[in-house]
Design a protein around this ligand. Structure first.
Ligand code: SAM
Length: 280
């Protein structure tokens, strides 16, 4: 689902100059740092020219783009402005002081965008021919989810399914950790029961990861599609969820650490699944 970026020629006058941080449009963008405003509007923030440009290349135009005047003279900045306007979004040109009030990053590279969140419905997904989906049980840390999205994107997984009481991957921390992959991966949020019923219709293998599993993660053959099931940062996978898995694997550890970080464990697993797939 990619869309050609629009012409870099932004029509003059279509960009609104905003001087005050108290301007309602600026305040509305800034409010997206809070989850309640992200939930109410279905929007989220991304910062930085590179990530915003990647978002547009992947077919996601900002609903609101906030830029420094210098950005409009930069070719990438001008393309961003044009793509936003072409998609019916608004462009606010602001001073560095106003941008600093909106951005969390010290140097947001002159641009911040408010984008519509995209959530996929499980019933709209056919995973029969997929390579891999990552399933995260109630992750608490959006930075972990963002990192998982980034690795999932790197290995060509189809997306990430968030189960039960998951954190918001569209927080700035999650978006930042994903390094743009949040625009490339499909995101689903659902319950374990709905996921389980859907997965039964997809075939493939549900591979759970657990510290107490007996099978070494490299002793298993991962076919297509593999559903990689990762546990919560504090409590792991609930026993009933482990029981629903076709296979449970562990990542061996010989030092003193009692577990790996969720995103690190996901990455090691995803690379094993990817390595087996590319050698097959
Ligand atoms: N105290 C938790 C537990 O008992 O599972 C630790 C959770 S760990 C920080 C988060 C998730 O990463 C786990 O649920 C599992 O999915 C995965 N994980 C971390 N280290 C692992 C290992 N050595 N073997 C298998 N999975 C691991």
């Amino acid at each position: 689902m990619t869309r050609e970026p629009a012409s870099p020629e932004a029509p003059e006058g279509a960009v609104r100059r905003v001087e005050s941080p108290a301007n309602p449009a600026v305040k509305a963008v800034r409010a997206l740092h809070q989850k309640k405003h992200r939930s109410a509007t279905g929007l989220f923030l991304a910062e930085g020219l590179r990530i915003l440009t990647e978002a547009v290349a992947l077919g996601h135009a900002p609903r609101t783009l906030v830029v420094l005047p210098a950005m409009r003279r930069d070719s990438m900045g001008a393309q961003l402005v044009a793509a936003t306007l072409a998609a019916g979004g608004e462009v606010l040109e602001v001073s560095e002081a106003v941008l600093a009030k909106i951005a969390r990053k010290e140097n947001p590279q002159g641009a911040v965008g408010a984008f519509p969140q995209v959530w996929w419905d499980l019933d709209a997904i056919d995973a029969h021919r997929a390579f891999c989906w990552v399933v995260l049980e109630a992750p608490r840390d959006p930075g972990n989810v963002g990192t998982v999205l980034r690795t999932a994107d790197a290995v060509g997984a189809q997306g990430v399914i968030l189960l039960d009481n998951a954190c918001d991957p569209y927080s700035l921390e999650g978006v930042r950790a994903s390094m743009g992959s949040i625009f490339a991966q499909r995101l689903v949020r659902t319950t374990f029961d709905a996921f389980h019923a859907w997965r039964a219709r997809q075939g493939g293998q549900l591979v759970g990861t657990a510290l107490n599993a007996t099978a070494d993660y490299q002793a298993i053959a991962y076919g297509r599609p593999t559903f990689l099931f990762m546990g919560n940062e504090q409590s792991g996978l609930p026993p009933a969820y482990e029981g629903a898995c076709d296979t449970l694997v562990r990542l061996p550890m010989r030092g003193r650490a009692d577990s790996l970080n969720l995103a690190v464990a996901s990455s090691v697993m995803l690379y094993e699944i990817y390595n087996q797939d590319r050698r097959a």
